[in-house]
Design a protein around this ligand. Structure first.
Ligand SMILES: *[C@@H]1O[C@H](CO)[C@@H](O)[C@H](O)[C@H]1NC(C)=O
Ligand SMILES: *[C@@H]1O[C@H](CO)[C@@H](O)[C@H](O)[C@H]1NC(C)=O
Ligand SMILES: *[C@@H]1O[C@H](CO)[C@@H](O)[C@H](O)[C@H]1NC(C)=O
Ligand SMILES: *[C@@H]1O[C@H](CO)[C@@H](O)[C@H](O)[C@H]1NC(C)=O
Ligand SMILES: *[C@@H]1O[C@H](CO)[C@@H](O)[C@H](O)[C@H]1NC(C)=O
Ligand SMILES: *[C@@H]1O[C@H](CO)[C@@H](O)[C@H](O)[C@H]1NC(C)=O
Ligand SMILES: *[C@@H]1O[C@H](CO)[C@@H](O)[C@H](O)[C@H]1NC(C)=O
Ligand SMILES: *[C@@H]1O[C@H](CO)[C@@H](O)[C@H](O)[C@H]1NC(C)=O
Ligand SMILES: *[C@@H]1O[C@H](CO)[C@@H](O)[C@H](O)[C@H]1NC(C)=O
Ligand SMILES: *[C@@H]1O[C@H](CO)[C@@H](O)[C@H](O)[C@H]1NC(C)=O
Ligand SMILES: *[C@@H]1O[C@H](CO)[C@@H](O)[C@H](O)[C@H]1NC(C)=O
Ligand SMILES: *[C@@H]1O[C@H](CO)[C@@H](O)[C@H](O)[C@H]1NC(C)=O
Length: 584
């Protein structure tokens, strides 16, 4: 007789354990002081780009209000497009200026902006409240100058798939402007923040041409939608035969069953426990790029948490790292010029190891063209890409379990390129190391997730005598720690989740010439959140949350530090300084 309640509670546990971590929706602002005015949300990470206030000092050379649109029930609709006129005056910096507002109830939504099919921003929305939220995103888009400088202008497209029904009432109102600034004027905060530091690099910063590696059938966006591990997507492209350098910039976001991929258990656990969840395949994901079916490189995605994710109260009014401007990833594919320079079409492919549905991926191919020669010569001389070394260990008894994962890979590609810069050998080496540990206790109601991802990329440029002229060393570390504890509320269909989260975005770049570091830049961006929420279905009824963020970025332009804390929707403190020697 006793066995019935046990079985019931097991069943309930199984149901509950599916919904954590998950995405949720905010019912009302959680601020203790009641305000009826809309609240501003923001991403505290630097660099914040200041726009000169109003007309007057530091007027842009051109300012184009490109698009104003309300995304209501936009699900399944193609992107909204508008013409971006060229800026006929001289300009050296271009800034994208996006403002979005919403009120009511709504999930976070993914959105993107493309110029002629080349992505310039992947962003996700804040979740509105009945009294309203709004936010601004400013991004320096100068590096997309080849797209912006076309004499007849460009086509700018915005996609934001939203759903409106009886409960989901939040419409996203969006204004998009592009401002062009000239460096003639001795203005301003803007330029000092956005002008690139001296690089001493062998090549100029800006590419001459940008090719979109995106979906020609843009009826549901220019991105490719990847549903599973075998769902590879390809784009055929042709590059000019005087290309001497090629960098691929990849945009990535994960959704649906893979929104919280770093917490997914292995399939054997799901099968043996008769769970109905489709969030499986374990806790490792890795985006891979192929060129003519040869592995060109690997990308370790930073796990961006959207504003409805894990505990939405953490993300009010501070959003999670990268949520408003998802990181893009760079892969130097110059060694492949040896196969690409024949004037023939070639195929670039995207895939996601261990993927479940779904991932949105596209890329831009940045190309540098030889001004002197019509034909650059090149040869791919070394290509080493062994299969991923993968290990997995699962121990579990019913719903309790311990799951370990490890993955490692090394890709090494080199080739020479003979252009007016000389006959140079480009050597690209990537080393990726990933570890994950997941504990399920209390029949799955207590979950602990530990993830550590590391990627090192070394790009060496050598002369004919094999002397290294320049080395670019890039290191990324994306650790994440998450604990969720789910408790069923007595006499109720609601439940309470206690959460502890810590995640960090760490990147370091060094430019080394003749054994000297001539340029160095680093970002260490960490958020810690703790709190609880009471949930019914996917709606947050009540809760408490604390979010702390510490951001530090350092380069030859100096050091910026910001420490900010929020509690229950309000900023508690916000300290910043330009000195890393400073300790609070
Ligand atoms: C805020 O408003 C809600 C609903 O209008 C009310 O129930 C609550 O008591 C108010 N809280 C404070 C602190 O005034
Ligand atoms: C910019 O130049 C183009 C082409 O010369 C011309 O059609 C357009 O009217 C100019 N725009 C402005 C705002 O002057
Ligand atoms: C201003 O911008 C132009 C065009 O991008 C560039 O050639 C020039 O070097 C810049 N001048 C300064 C002082 O940065
Ligand atoms: C967009 O611009 C219009 C006109 O200037 C303004 O009324 C509206 O409030 C703006 N919306 C947002 C979200 O900034
Ligand atoms: C484009 O994709 C949509 C679905 O995303 C599909 O319905 C349509 O048939 C496709 N069009 C072409 C020309 O392939
Ligand atoms: C993977 O996804 C593609 C595209 O949706 C589908 O056609 C294919 O059947 C899927 N493969 C598996 C093994 O599920
Ligand atoms: C899962 O289902 C099978 C077949 O219905 C049953 O034999 C097994 O005991 C179930 N396992 C659990 C953990 O409920
Ligand atoms: C995940 O990928 C690794 C490496 O390719 C493979 O060994 C493993 O079987 C995959 N697991 C799943 C669940 O697809
Ligand atoms: C699972 O772990 C909990 C303690 O975390 C324990 O009470 C329970 O008996 C365990 N269940 C099984 C099936 O071992
Ligand atoms: C460029 O240099 C490589 C050795 O670094 C050599 O094998 C190749 O033949 C050279 N190419 C040309 C066109 O000189
Ligand atoms: C739950 O229901 C039981 C029986 O109806 C009652 O004794 C108990 O006080 C209720 N608990 C709460 C928290 O309402
Ligand atoms: C922020 O700065 C203020 C004033 O300098 C200081 O009192 C406070 O302790 C700082 N807070 C944190 C969390 O560093």
């Amino acid at each position: 007789m006793n066995s019935i309640p046990i079985l019931l509670s097991l069943l309930l546990s199984a149901i509950l354990s599916r919904s954590s971590p998950d995405h949720f929706i905010l019912h009302r602002p959680i601020t203790t002081t009641n305000t009826s005015s809309p609240q501003e949300y923001f991403d505290p990470s630097f660099p914040s780009i200041l726009l000169p206030a109003g007309a007057g000092d530091g007027d842009p050379s051109c300012s184009h209000a490109v698009l104003s649109h309300s995304f209501a029930h936009s699900f399944g609709s193609p992107p909204i497009s508008a013409h971006l006129p060229p800026c006929n005056s001289s300009w050296s910096t271009a800034i994208l200026d996006l403002t979005i507002s919403s009120s009511g109830e709504q999930y976070d939504r993914i959105a993107a902006i493309w110029i002629n099919g080349a992505e310039i921003l992947r962003t996700s929305t804040a979740e509105p409240t009945p009294s309203g939220v709004f936010w601004s995103i400013r991004k320096d888009i100068t590096r997309y100058a080849p797209l912006l400088r076309h004499p007849t202008g460009a086509l700018i497209s915005v996609m934001l798939e939203n759903i409106i029904d009886e409960t989901l009432t939040g419409v996203y109102n969006l204004n998009l402007s592009i401002h062009f600034y000239s460096n003639d004027t001795d203005d301003s905060d803007l330029l000092s923040l956005s002008s690139p530091p001296l690089h001493h690099s062998l090549f100029k910063d800006q590419p001459d041409l940008i090719l979109p590696i995106s979906n020609d059938n843009n009826s549901s966006g220019f991105w490719f939608r990847i549903e599973n591990e075998t769902d590879l997507h390809y784009k055929t492209f042709v590059i000019p035969s005087n290309t001497y350098r090629a960098i691929l910039e990849v945009f990535i976001s994960s959704h649906g069953d893979d929104e919280f991929w770093y917490s997914n258990p292995p399939n054997i656990y799901i099968d043996k426990n008769n769970l109905t969840t489709t969030r499986g395949n374990g806790a490792f994901r890795n985006v891979f790029i192929t060129i003519d079916d040869k592995l060109a490189g690997t990308i370790m995605p930073f796990p961006v948490i959207f504003t409805g994710g894990i505990n939405p109260l953490f993300w009010s009014p501070i959003v999670a790292i990268g949520a408003f401007d998802l990181p893009s990833y760079h892969l130097d594919i110059t060694p492949f010029l040896g196969v690409l320079l024949d004037g023939e079409p070639h195929e670039l492919g995207f895939g996601v190891t261990n993927a479940t549905s779904f991932w949105l991926i596209d890329a831009n191919l940045h190309l540098w063209l030889d001004p002197v020669s019509d034909q650059v010569e090149a040869e791919l001389i070394h290509h080493q890409a062994p299969p991923l070394a993968f290990s997995a260990d699962a121990e579990f008894k019913k719903l309790n379990g311990t799951f370990k994962l490890g993955a490692e890979t090394k890709v090494h590609v080199s080739g020479w390129v003979n252009s007016s810069h000389g006959n140079l050998t480009i050597d690209v080496e990537q080393k990726m190391k990933y570890k994950s540990l997941i504990f399920f206790r209390n029949n799955g109601d207590f979950k602990e997730v530990l993830m550590k991802g590391k990627l090192k990329t070394d790009v060496k440029i050598k002369d004919k005598l094999n002397v290294v002229l320049q080395r670019k060393a890039f290191k990324a570390k994306y650790p994440l720690y998450l604990v969720t504890y789910t408790l069923k509320d007595e006499n109720s269909t609601s439940y309470t989740v206690k959460t502890n989260l810590s995640h960090s975005f760490n990147e370091k770049k060094n430019l080394i010439v003749a054994d000297n570091v001539v340029h160095s830049s680093s970002v260490v961006d960490t958020q810690n959140g703790f709190g609880w929420m009471r949930v019914e279905g996917h709606s947050v009824l009540d809760g408490m949350a604390n979010t702390e963020q510490s951001y530090r970025s350092q380069d030859s332009g100096g050091c910026r530090l910001r420490k900010i804390g929020a509690k229950d929707g309000e900023i508690l403190y916000d300290n910043s300084t330009n000195s890393c020697a400073f300790v609070w």
